[in-house]
Design a protein around this ligand. Sequence first.
Ligand SMILES: [Zn+2]
Length: 55
Amino acid sequence: MTHSGYCMRCRAHREMKDVANLSMKNGRNAVKGACSACGAGMYKILPAEEKKPKA
Ligand SMILES: [Zn+2]
């Protein structure tokens, strides 16, 4: 699975390499990777798809 994100260094959307999935303490998922063009670290928070019943 490939992810892409906005690279701050290239100031453009780039494909992410070395993608690692993370889960944050607040229950959200994120992916961490490196820009395929310049190698800068990229971080992307994925939308939460949890089904939390709201009381
Ligand atoms: Zn880049």
